[in-house]
Design a protein around this ligand. Sequence first.
Ligand SMILES: Cc1cc2nc3c(=O)[nH]c(=O)nc-3n(C[C@H](O)[C@H](O)[C@H](O)COP(=O)(O)OP(=O)(O)OC[C@H]3O[C@@H](n4cnc5c(N)ncnc54)[C@H](O)[C@@H]3O)c2cc1C
Length: 380
Amino acid sequence: MRKPKVAVLGLGIAGSSIAATLATRGYSVVAFEQFVPLHERGSSHGDTRIFRRVPHEGAVYVELAERSYEGWKRWNSTAQAQLFWECGGIDAGPDGSPMVQAAESLCRQYEQPFELLDGREFNRRYSYFRLPDAWRVVYQPASGVVCPDATRAFLHEMARNAGARLVHDARILDIVASSHGVRVRTIYEQVDCDVLIVAAGSWLPRIFPELRIPLFPERRVIAWYPFQCPAGSAFQRSPAFVFDSGGGWYGMPTPDGQIKIGHDKHFNEPIDPEVPVRDPDQRDAELLSDCIKQYFNGVDNVPAAIKSCIYTNTTDRHFLIDRHPDHKNILFFSCCSGHGFKYAPVYGEIAESMLTGNTWSGMDLFQLDRRSTAITRFSD
Ligand SMILES: Cc1cc2nc3c(=O)[nH]c(=O)nc-3n(C[C@H](O)[C@H](O)[C@H](O)COP(=O)(O)OP(=O)(O)OC[C@H]3O[C@@H](n4cnc5c(N)ncnc54)[C@H](O)[C@@H]3O)c2cc1C
């Protein structure tokens, strides 16, 4: 049977994974991105993201991470650059932290290797950390760091090698759906396809204003701090970290020898993705440097670099992956809410299951009209 012709809107991590996977599986794929390759206007750029092998967000994510873990290793074996470093990772926080409890109980439930430490023992092993002695620390050896820019470049090459047409600097301006297919238009061309997959990140609500899609783009800031790995704890063995304190810190050592820090809420500043995000200022640097001052030893608390970017949140912080309510040949694919990069290897497979009508367990949690409880995340 002929496979449908698929158009993909957006080449962030979701669109890039979907375009590459579907093209390698024999679909005819054309993908449009409004900006230049590897641009920094969405949420998928940069040097590093955390991969947590057993994510504390809930069971559905553990299953996505299970398959993604194999996918990252597979991609690592074929990519020119290293895309995934299995350097371990921790979820840490005060006794009673729901996030740390969830990490521990999901590791037990899924029989994944982990160690439960207190802050004092963890600091003894990694002397540049200064966690409170009584904190609980769930250490997972199979967690690590993935590399966004290198991954997108790898996926674009994979997609092109499999025959996909990737068109950059070409915003989709108009979408017309009928029972026969979907017609999309950029300023350069008009393309007819059987299915359109909209992986537009924070632009999704603007593309379908009539649906009032509940996605809320906010400004975030991340900073890099110079750091000399002490002997015996080189980058490859320095764990990524999330701390359930002060609203939620996260970070990781980066391949160029720095510590990168972000705050899950930052100042919760709503933004319009059409307007480039405001550059960081002193107040942003002070907020992020607080994490260095509180939880690290011997790390300079003046950032060497600092950048703004975008988080796109749903209210329950689950993803949004569904069909358009009136046009079944339009799919929405938003791996949003600040934790979606790590599952890149499975997005193409999920998209294919939606095209073929096969079910992928747990996806009802990502539907537009779901009634769900919020993910387990950092305490406020
Ligand atoms: C600071 C920060 C830290 C994070 N940390 C982690 C982490 O540690 N671990 C983790 O797993 N995840 C993390 N995430 C989350 C993850 O990076 C994002 O969830 C993910 O990158 C979102 O990808 P996306 O493809 O859905 O959206 P985007 O990256 O925003 O991509 C959407 C694309 O669509 C394009 N587009 C929009 N409209 C149009 C149009 N009309 N025509 C053509 N193109 C269009 C946009 O230009 C954009 O390129 C983090 C995110 C941020 C911002």
